[in-house]
Design a protein around this ligand. Structure first.
Ligand SMILES: Nc1ncnc2c1ncn2[C@@H]1O[C@H](COP(=O)(O)OP(=O)(O)OP(=O)(O)O)[C@@H](O)[C@H]1O
Ligand SMILES: [Mg+2]
Length: 347
């Protein structure tokens, strides 16, 4: 059976020429009753109509399609493309051309979606950035103006204002350093210095660094029972320390008073180690979870606004872990607590 769906211009011309020459030659036979004349008529009509139809198809329809192809690939025809237009395209059926155009349309839609997302991301990023910078800069401006307008005379007030100014300057410096680190991690500028070290030691060091902060909220910092046995990992120790500090700092910041922070260390398989930091704090609602690792993203939670963080901590953690070709996970339930984890290569 002739498949009319995938006819190329040549096939289509052949098919139409046959359809034309058959009835014409039969009609001619009934007029002349000479089968040789009728055969000659068949051949002449067939050849003429075949070339005519093929010419019309190629010249008019394919020329138009060629223009569409040029548009969708947006190129000035190079030599290879010329060959494509000359030899490959004419063999394609209209359906195949249609499928190509549809594929191109899907690709373009994906590109447009990407551009829209990037645009949204860029807008949100700039909004967040200006908001984060505005707060300390306006505070500094307020303190300096008050000092210049006479508060300098009172030594005690002056000292208080300068302390506040210094705190806001520190906040801006922290923000700039965090952004700088993220940019370097994103551009792959920072190389990893992988060494073997015991992950429990790194966790204990982190606990020591944050002991005062935990003390203020009477939060106990510990390693889970059964996870004390030393496990070696192969990673950039300094950067992993940064991840641990961010996660434990969050666990304390968003943890409840008299609560706990627990670290679990598990060998998932021969190659990987999973490290989890669990708290019994305020937790995170499910709809926030997918966005929690985005830059500047913070939950609406009033406490997270009051803690003075910039919302860059988890974004930095994710970048560091992904630079190690590993991944981060989060599990959380409001008012029950959160678990943040990441995997590392076994040492
Ligand atoms: N352990 C946790 N429990 C509850 N909420 C958390 C926890 N860790 C993170 N979050 C939520 O995720 C948000 C993003 O955390 P992230 O560490 O990126 O920013 P931050 O702590 O607000 O600021 P930064 O770490 O830059 O000082 C936090 O603002 C908080 O809302
Ligand atoms: Mg944080």
């Amino acid at each position: 059976m002739l498949n009319t769906k995938n006819l190329s211009p040549d096939n289509l011309s052949l098919f139409t020429a046959l359809c034309l020459s058959f009835p014409v030659s039969i009609a001619f036979y009934f007029i002349s009753f000479h089968w040789i004349d009728s055969l000659i008529t068949f051949i002449i009509v067939f050849i003429l109509s075949f070339f005519l139809i093929r010419f019309v198809l190629n010249e008019f329809i394919y020329r138009k399609i060629k223009v569409i192809y040029k548009y969708i690939y947006q190129t000035k025809a190079s030599q290879r493309e010329e060959m494509y237009y000359q030899y490959i395209l004419p063999k394609k059926s209209i359906e195949e051309v249609g499928a190509d155009v549809e594929k191109w349309a899907v690709q373009q839609r994906a590109v447009i979606d990407d551009l829209k997302n990037n645009e949204r991301y860029r807008r949100e990023f700039l909004q967040n950035l200006s908001h984060e910078i505005k707060t300390p800069v306006f505070a500094i401006q307020g303190y300096v103006d008050t000092l210049l307008n006479g508060a300098l005379e009172n030594k005690e007030t002056a000292k208080k204002f300068l302390t506040n100014t210094s705190r806001n300057v520190t906040r801006m410096v922290d923000l700039i350093n965090d952004l700088d680190e993220i940019t370097k991690l994103e551009s792959g500028e920072q190389t990893l210095h992988k060494v073997k070290f015991t992950i429990q030691d790194a966790i204990r060091e982190t606990y020591e660094t944050l002991a005062n902060k935990a003390q203020e909220k009477k939060i106990t910092l510990s390693i889970k029972k059964g996870c004390e046995q030393p496990v070696e990992v192969l990673a950039d120790k300094e950067k992993i320390q940064r991840v641990l500090i961010n996660l434990v700092d969050n666990a304390i910041k968003y943890g409840k008073a008299d609560g706990f922070v627990n670290a679990g260390i598990y060998r998932t398989d021969d190659k990987n180690v999973l490290i989890e930091i669990t708290d019994n704090g305020c937790g995170i609602a499910e709809d926030h979870l997918p966005r929690i690792f985005e830059r500047f993203y913070r939950t609406d939670n009033v406490r997270s606004r009051n803690t003075g963080g910039t919302g860059l901590g988890l974004a930095i953690c994710k970048h560091i872990v992904e630079a190690h070709q590993q991944s981060m996970i989060v599990r959380s339930k409001p008012n029950i607590g959160s678990t943040f984890g990441f995997t590392l290569d076994k040492g």
